[in-house]
Ligand binder design. Structure first.
Ligand code: SF4
Length: 370
């Protein structure tokens, strides 16, 4: 694998764990299968085929085709997410210069080159792009479970916008980035101005320089370990407890060893956790990469059903409406009042509960430390 090939996802993998980056991109070891990644790839392919079809045939929708598009044996929720997408998606008419899964590449001094050019150093793929009234628009399909309230102008989004302008629509000033969350049919947008794109190539150069100067590619264990896909090639994991042949068994004998080790670990886990909790109580939290093992607080409410029901009836809600809120807990109350379009009553309802603060010692992201 050529050491000098980059993309945003490669820079991102290096950021999360240099050793994982080296294993995958310099040593050429393929990542183990990961459901979320596979789901994303399948959905991106389906959406791209659908868009190409709509654009070529000049259609706004094609449900007959879309109904048959989900591949047989696809991961469980692919068909469900796909259905939600095509039933809510209408291709706008009159798109200027649209492109689907457009592959872009740039050389060492950031000049656009062919995607398969030997001079290509940095590559990117734009999910869907078009022009609209002098504006460049990029639609990025997301299959993740989280939908942020606001979209940050992070380097990844600025890189896509910069690439669009640099390689395809040189005359545009602004780029609208639209994130389409396939799972929920929701969209978030952010408008990138010329000043947001001015330093993108310098920032990418700086990130690439760090990688090229790295001689050790040290592993950084943390919350990403479950997703890196190269755990069985990781020295930290190998040194911890599990020999490589047990972590990734290839024969029945190794699988047998893996099963007995798993059983031992499950039995040890309780014991280990209880001793570690005692230690943490006396000596404070322990940091492991970007995770902290230590106390985390959560709040729960104890409701007196009679009190809450009386108070809600007094606000004018009908008995049937209040009835639907029973099983009283905070989540049900919030959801139920939301469905009734009475979010204004949430604070009143919560004020009637006894607040209990619970503290659990567990792993959580370092930023959540209390
Ligand atoms: S298991 Fe963790 S530390 Fe090891 S390569 Fe993967 S991400 Fe890095």
């Amino acid at each position: 694998m050529n050491k000098r090939q980059y993309s945003y996802s490669r820079l991102d993998l290096y950021d999360r764990c240099p050793h994982a980056y080296k294993t995958v991109y310099l040593d050429g070891i393929p990542r183990a299968r990961h459901k979320a990644r596979e789901r994303g790839q399948i959905l991106h392919g389906m959406v791209a085929d659908y868009l190409n079809r709509l654009i070529t045939l000049g259609l706004a929708t094609d449900w007959d085709w879309a109904r048959t598009a989900a591949p047989e044996g696809a991961i469980a929720d692919v068909a469900e997410i796909w259905g939600r997408f095509y039933e809510g998606f209408v291709l706008p008419s009159g798109l200027e210069a649209p492109g689907v899964e457009r592959r872009l590449a740039f050389d060492r001094i950031w000049r656009p080159v062919k995607f398969d050019s030997k001079r290509a150093r940095f590559r990117m793929v734009l999910d869907f792009h078009f022009r609209q009234n002098g504006l460049g628009v990029i639609v990025d399909w997301k299959s993740s479970r989280e939908v942020p309230q606001d979209v940050a102008k992070d380097l990844q989004l600025r890189t896509y916008a910069w690439g669009l302008k640099q390689a395809l629509y040189q005359d545009i000033q602004e780029v609208l980035l639209r994130l389409h969350f396939l799972r929920y049919g929701k969209e978030r947008e952010v408008l990138l101005m010329p000043q947001d794109l001015a330093d993108v190539s310098d920032e990418l150069d700086a990130r690439i320089n760090v990688i090229e100067k790295d001689k050790t590619f040290d592993p950084v264990p943390g919350s990403f370990c479950g997703m890196c896909g190269v755990t069985s090639h990781c020295p930290v994991m190998a040194q911890s407890l599990v020999p490589v042949e047990v972590a990734a068994p290839a024969s029945r004998e190794q699988a047998q060893k893996a099963a007995s080790l798993l059983l031992t670990l499950q039995k040890m886990e309780k014991e280990l956790a209880s001793r570690l909790k005692e230690w943490v109580k006396g000596n404070g939290p322990i940091q492991v990469g970007d995770l902290v093992y230590g106390p985390k607080q959560s709040v729960s409410y104890d409701f007196d059903p009679k009190l809450v029901i009386t108070a809600l009836l007094e606000t004018g809600l009908s008995r049937e409406e209040v009835w639907s809120l029973l099983s009283l807990n905070k989540t049900n109350l919030e959801r139920g009042l939301g469905k009734l379009n009475r979010k204004d009553l949430i604070n009143l309802a919560l004020s009637l509960g006894n607040v209990k603060t619970l503290e659990k010692i567990e792993f959580h992201k370092a930023k959540d430390t209390v």
